[in-house]
Structures are given as C-alpha cells and as structure tokens.
Design a protein around this ligand. Sequence first.
Ligand SMILES: NC(=O)c1ccc[n+]([C@@H]2O[C@H](COP(=O)([O-])OP(=O)(O)OC[C@H]3O[C@@H](n4cnc5c(N)ncnc54)[C@H](OP(=O)(O)O)[C@@H]3O)[C@@H](O)[C@H]2O)c1
Length: 286
Amino acid sequence: MSHVSVIGTGAMGSALVQAFAASGANVTVWNRSGHKADALSGPQVEVAASAAEALETSPLAILTVSDHEQAQALVDTSGADLRGTVVASASFVTPEQARTVDRVVAATGGQYLDLAIPAYPSQVRSGDGYFLVSGRRSAYEAHRERFERIGQVSYVDDSPGAAFASEMAVLLAYLPMAVGMLQGRRICEIHGLPLEWFDETVMELYPDQIRSLLERASLEPDASEGDVEASVGVWGAGASEYADALRDLGIDAGMYDALSRLFAAASEAGDGDADWTCIAKHTATR
Ligand SMILES: NC(=O)c1ccc[n+]([C@@H]2O[C@H](COP(=O)([O-])OP(=O)(O)OC[C@H]3O[C@@H](n4cnc5c(N)ncnc54)[C@H](OP(=O)(O)O)[C@@H]3O)[C@@H](O)[C@H]2O)c1
C-alpha cells in the first residue's frame, strides 16, 4: 500500500508525483498513455496496472486528468472499490458538477474532495504548491499533513465545489491581466520600446494600483460627494479608444470591445457621471 496515488500524469499530475516522492511519500501512478507513468517510476514511485488498482491502493487518490467529466468517467467505469479511499480531483467543477462527482465517488464507498490548485506545475514540483480543499472536513484532516509537506493548503468549507468557487474568485482577474500584459509587450515591440522598461514600469505601477482598487471597492459610494475622480463615461471612452488603437496595430481588440460595451451600457443606464467603480453593479447584473 502506498501513501498517495496520482491518476493522470500530465503536467500537473507528474509535478504532484515528484513533489510527493521528494517529501518522502510512496506514490502509485497510473496514466492512460502508459509511457508517461513509466517515466516517473523509481524507488518511491510504482506504476499501477489499471486506474482501479491506483484508486484502491492508497488512502488518498488524486485525479489530475483533463477535466471533471474524464475524472468522473474514470471513477465510474474503473469498477474500483473505494471504501476507505479519499478521492481528490484537481479539475474545475461548478457546485452542481461537484455534487455529481461526490455522488459517483460515494456510490463505490469513497469520499470526494475538491482540490483546486492555483499554482503552476513547476511551483508544485519544487514544493511551493498552493492547494484549496473543500468537502468533508474529516476527509481533509486525514490527509492535510500530506499536502502540507508539499506546499500550503487551506480548507475552504464542506460544500462540494467551494474550493473551485474560491479559486475562481481570486483568479478571475489574472487571465485578462496576463493577456493585457502580453499585448502591452507586443505594443512595445511594435513601437521599439525596451521591454526591460515595460517590465520595470509594470512592477512599479501595478501593486499600488491593485491596493488602491481594493480599498475603493470596499468603500460605499458617497452620493453627496461632488468630485468623481474618474467617471464611467471617461473610462468607457478610454476603453473604446484603446479598442480602436489595438485594431490599428493588428492586435486583437476583443477584450477592450467587451469593456467598451459594458461601460456604454452603464452610461445608457444613467451612470455615465458616476465613479467608474460603480461598474461592479453592472457586471453583476449582466
Ligand atoms: N497545468 C496547470 O497549470 C494546472 C493548474 C491547476 C490545475 N490544473 C488541472 O489539473 C488537471 C490536469 O491538467 P494538466 O495541466 O496536467 O493537463 P495535461 O498535461 O493535458 O494532462 C492531462 C491528463 O489527463 C489525461 N486524460 C485526458 N483524457 C483522459 C481520459 N479520457 N481518460 C484518462 N486520462 C485522460 C491525460 O492522459 P494522456 O497522457 O494519456 O493523454 C493526461 O494524463 C486539469 O483539470 C487542470 O485544470 C492544471
């Protein structure tokens, strides 16, 4: 019997295997394409002959396959007896989907945990993983230390899907920001601006801007306050100008077109002169 099984040894699964093995755990692995699992085998890593064997052989089995449907199908069709096994899946699920996976795992005697990983495989591999877990607290507590040995782990709550909802809340802004920054670097290349300057300036400006935004967002807007620092109308016009300028440069303007539409709708709804942070209520209702 090993300490932990990892089923699906792609980028994230193989990083978890290496981190667990480095932390002293005995790991069992299985992958649909066997050569990827075989490449990980070693003194502490054993390759299982089937997904069922991997699921049954450890008290903690982690599913790191492409998405929750594959994860659910693997458990469903494996024929594994999951009594005594906690099955944690790293694939994003909505609360409803999580309840379905939970039922499928419970039907064969196991306990399901959401395992959201807001980290890159390289961070996980080097022992700097970050894990958010939801599901039965007792199932989490039984394996908390195993995760603590390979990074930071936080328990969200006992509702299925809660870990992925929390992860999404925190990470939602990351992708648009990342795409915007990569487009910003492209603008520098087109205009011959030094990328070192771009990187330094971004690092100088953004942390303060993020802090200031979070402070503003937590303030109740004061209707009696006459001075609006930046209105919905001003930001809407800015978004529209950036969209046109991106198009002129041959850079995809889709994100800024969407922002421009959002601010225009807020103006049409009568908030054109209000502080731009009131856009939150318009994004909530659309
Ligand atoms: N990479 C990240 O930065 C990251 C971060 C956090 C969470 N995650 C999550 O971790 C999970 C795995 O991501 P990844 O980056 O490791 O993906 P990946 O490198 O593309 O690996 C996908 C894995 O899923 C397996 N798989 C796909 N379809 C399958 C099926 N029908 N039956 C059995 N196995 C199947 C693949 O097996 P084959 O080798 O046979 O194709 C492979 O092992 C995803 O849910 C992802 O959202 C990833």
